[in-house]
Write a protein that binds this ligand. Structure first.
Ligand code: GDP
Ligand code: MG
Length: 162
């Protein structure tokens, strides 16, 4: 089965998307950055196409360097074991240093990457997504994993990329 990995820095909404895709069974969502320490695996389907989903996490709490090292490991592992990578960022914060670290690793890989700007909870916030073009990973998909808006278009793109 094809594998889709969700990567991105802590707190952008990876586990919330995973839960939405897999059906509220596997991953733990926590408000505290870095508390989802394990990788979670599940299966999902869209328009009759089944695929596995990996929710990455496992960020050790500690200084910025530890954080960056952990995120590098997670992203390299995701690149290695998945067919498609969903790279999630968050609209309100804009591009952070950790986002740049992840984007650099993904751009250097040959893997199909879908850039997702999360927490676009209302239409006005779509304008804030434009700056993410600067990550060099193409058109961002604007979604709100909370409300589900935009997730249909994202899933269309995911299954098209499998
Ligand atoms: P992760 O660390 O990337 O796995 O992020 P989580 O899925 O644990 O979410 C981190 C926080 O962001 C939680 O408080 C979520 O409820 C919140 N969150 C996730 N998706 C959305 C969204 O679409 N909109 C808003 N406003 N908050 C969200
Ligand atoms: Mg998480």
């Amino acid at each position: 089965m094809s594998i889709v990995a969700i990567v991105g820095r802590p707190n952008v909404g990876k586990s919330t998307l995973f839960n939405r895709l897999v059906g509220m069974r596997k991953a733990i969502v926590d408000d505290t950055a870095g508390t989802t320490r394990d990788r979670h695996y599940g299966t999902s389907d869209w328009n009759g196409r089944e695929f596995s989903v990996i929710d990455t996490g496992g960020y050790a709490l500690g200084g910025e360097d530890v954080f960056e090292e952990e995120i590098r490991k997670q992203v390299l592992l995701a690149i290695d074991e998945s067919d498609v990578v969903i790279f999630m960022v968050e609209v309100a914060t804009g591009i952070t240093d950790l986002d740049m670290v992840v984007a650099d690793l993904l751009r250097r890989s040959a893997k199909k990457v879908l850039l997702v700007v999360n927490k676009v909870d209302n239409n006005d916030q779509i304008y804030g997504s434009h700056e993410f073009y600067a990550l060099g990973l193409g058109d961002p998909y604007c979604i709100s994993t909370m409300s589900g808006s935009g997730t249909g278009d994202l899933l269309d793109a995911v299954v098209a990329a499998l």
